[in-house]
Design a protein around this ligand. Structure first.
Ligand code: ADP
Length: 297
């Protein structure tokens, strides 16, 4: 079984459904409220576990009730949480307003995630034994960098999701130890300054990393590598989307499993696209992620 380590965030998603999102100074009455375990790290961990990998998560939850719920959700998904810390204070939370058109606006409060600034010996040992390390940008950069450097030293493939879109350029040290970068279209534009032309953005990103996949929502994804710089498109299966939250995390978690199993990149991208297309047809992030048999089918 493929072993995947995830170094990333766990957040409780607090979701308010409204017809029209409030502007500053305005109060609106919404029609529904839901809580759901989330965080880009935890979501990718659940996606990879459901897709059939042996997954361990390095992260932190708080001492509040959300911390217990986040821990339990990962455990139920079959994710190894031995290295998930509990730190004094609140867990990470994501405050999400979903409007009537399905658009959303999100405030993330890092909480316990912000306490994970460095790695311990056990974290490094776990990363060293994995086939891939999944990283995002919802933990302090010092930890993300330490994880990626540990992976590189041990020949472990690093897969970085540059989300949320960084306000500053990514540190060169991080890009230097990234094997595969998987931005969505918006993140790719932020990183390169090239918008509306994902082919050009993909080629530009190859200056920083050896392989890149830009996800394009319902239009699928683009893959480019230094060995094959002309981007290759993989179409998304045509489906009716009801909730695209977590589509990118489903895609990355599943892609990591396929690559870990030694599948060629185009097969892996097709499999990940099938998984993400299944997830957008159901509500929620982690709850909508498909199991291996469904993806194969
Ligand atoms: P993110 O969720 O990070 O914003 P995208 O919106 O690009 O990322 O979606 C990630 C992947 O999920 C896409 O590359 C595609 O495979 C799949 N996907 C997203 N939206 C749809 C959709 N409406 N129909 C089919 N597949 C989708």
């Amino acid at each position: 079984m493929t072993r995947i380590a995830v170094l990333g965030s766990t957040n409780m998603d607090l979701v308010a459904y409204v017809t029209t999102a409030p502007r500053s100074g305005e109060t609106v009455t919404g029609h529904e409220f839901r809580t759901a375990p989330g965080g880009k790290g935890a979501n990718q961990a659940v996606a990879a576990a459901r897709a059939g990998a042996d997954v361990a998560m390095i992260g932190a939850v708080g001492t509040d009730d959300f911390g217990d719920q986040l821990r339990t959700a990962l455990e139920h998904a079959g994710v190894d949480i031995d290295l998930l810390r509990t730190t004094e204070g609140p867990s990470g939370t994501a405050h999400i307003v979903v409007d009537g058109d399905g658009g959303n606006a999100i405030v993330v409060i890092p909480g316990a995630n912000g306490s994970l600034t460095s790695l311990c010996h056990a974290d490094r040992a776990l990363i060293a034994e994995a086939q891939s390390l999944l990283l995002q940008l919802e933990l302090p950069m010092s930890a993300v960098l330490a994880g990626a450097e540990t992976a590189r030293r041990n020949g472990v493939r690093t897969i970085l999701t540059p989300a949320p879109a960084p306000a500053q350029p990514l540190p060169c040290e991080l890009l230097a130890v990234t094997d595969l970068l998987v931005p969505n279209e918006h993140e790719a534009a932020t990183l390169t300054g090239v918008s509306g032309d994902p082919e050009r953005a993909a080629r530009a990103l190859l200056a920083d990393v050896p392989e890149v996949v830009i996800t394009l929502g319902a239009r699928g994804c683009l893959y480019a590598s230094r060995a094959q710089p002309e981007p290759v498109a993989v179409l998304a299966p045509p489906v009716t989307a009801v909730d695209t939250t977590g589509a990118g995390d489903t895609f990355v978690g599943t892609l990591a499993v396929a690559l870990g199993e030694g599948r060629p990149m185009t097969d892996a991208l097709t499999w990940a696209s099938a998984a993400a297309a299944l997830s957008v047809q159901r509500p929620g992030a982690a709850t909508s992620m498909p199991y291996r048999a469904e993806i194969d089918a």
